[in-house]
Design a protein around this ligand. Structure first.
Ligand code: KG4
Ligand code: ZN
Length: 332
């Protein structure tokens, strides 16, 4: 089954052609990073307008790269939440128009399930059950994936998402947007020996990042007040160690407690070098298999939506019609 998938939840306009949930024929991503960089973050109205400008070309390119025509496509899939409402609206409207014009099936996909499915494209034999560490700009959760369409949240963030925390720390350090990759890069050159706050974790499998963000920002402000040099690389390395250690420790603990010997990483922050390396290492030490997605399926892309849509189709979930509307606060 060939699915043409569309993703436009934030600032990437993407279209992919995916076969049977596992084979990606094309995955075109048109990023707006350069446009939003000068504002220091995504400006929702600007993002929607740029999706409109890009989407027709992105879809045409995805079809041509996959050596397909619309008549070869069996279904249209689209992200309908969570995300920015204006951005989602562009993708959803386009997908509805395409499905109506071609009389094809329309499948509505939750962006987060897409991130998890990015791993099915990377690892052709990966099957649930597994423990998923989902880390993105909007979510941070440990999820027990018992089947393709069955997800149980074991732990969640009580406040900010980890990607959001990376972006805020980067902004205070003057590293620009998007902050995650920049902090990741600076951390490579730094020493991770700064302790920003006393350890005190009573959260179980849950996370809290807003306190961490504040502790790092306070540390930077104190140095500024004293007129001291800001050790940017060391701050990045230490912040990253603090965050990654906690994510890894809780995920490995969950896999052991629930006796599931597979860990899967998903979401934009899964591009993080230290997280990828440490999770793989700690899982191996505990006899747990660890799956980290190809970089192409880490940050937002439509191929992951095409994969999730296939498994939804098999289970009859998310089949939509022209009444489909974006849901910006769609939860897991
Ligand atoms: O999944 P994603 O592309 O969008 C959402 O669904 O939220 O994730 C974007 C987030 C941003 O906060 C970005 O800074 C972060 O992922 N990110 C990273 C890295 N690459 C992207 N964070 C840490 N290290 C990275 N290498
Ligand atoms: Zn995402």
């Amino acid at each position: 089954m060939k699915i043409l998938a569309i993703e436009s939840s934030c600032d990437e306009t993407s279209c992919a052609v995916v076969e049977d949930g596992r084979t990606c024929f094309s995955n075109i991503v048109s990023s707006q990073i350069d446009i939003h960089t000068r504002f220091g973050g995504v400006v929702p109205e600007v993002a929607s307008r740029n999706h409109i400008t890009a989407i027709s070309n992105v879809v045409a390119l995805a079809l041509s790269e996959a050596k397909c025509e619309l008549k070869d496509i069996d279904a249209i899939a689209v992200t309908y939440g969570a995300g920015l409402v204006g951005s989602l609206l562009v993708g959803v409207s386009y997908a509805k128009g395409l499905a109506y014009a071609t009389q094809k099936l329309l499948i509505a996909v939750n962006h987060i399930y897409g991130h998890i499915a990015g791993n099915y494209l990377t690892f052709k034999n990966l099957q649930p059950p597994f423990i998923c560490l989902l880390v993105s700009g909007g979510h941070t959760a440990i999820i027990k994936v018992t089947d393709y369409n069955h997800h149980e949240i074991i732990g969640n963030t009580l406040d900010d998402a980890v990607g959001e925390c990376y972006d805020k720390v980067a902004r205070v350090l003057g590293l620009g947007y998007p902050g995650g990759p920049k902090v990741d890069k600076c951390a490579l050159n730094g020493k991770d020996n700064i302790v920003f706050a006393k350890p005190n974790d009573t959260l179980g499998y849950n996370f809290s990042f807003s306190g961490k963000k504040t502790a790092v920002i306070n540390y930077i402000h104190k140095l500024e007040q004293r007129g001291e040099k800001i050790p940017v690389d060391d701050i990045c390395a230490s912040f990253q160690r603090w965050v990654v250690d906690e994510l890894v420790e809780k995920t490995v603990k969950a896999a052991k407690d629930f006796k599931i010997n597979k860990i899967v990483l998903a979401g934009g922050v899964s591009a993080n070098k230290r997280l990828r390396a440490e999770l793989s290492e700690r899982a191996a030490q505990n006899g747990i298999e660890c799956f980290v997605p190809d970089m192409a399926y880490c940050t937002d892309n439509a191929a992951m939506i095409g994969s999730a849509a296939y498994y939804q189709y098999l289970a009859g979930i998310g089949l939509a019609d022209l009444t489909l509307a974006p849901n910006p606060s769609l939860s897991l």
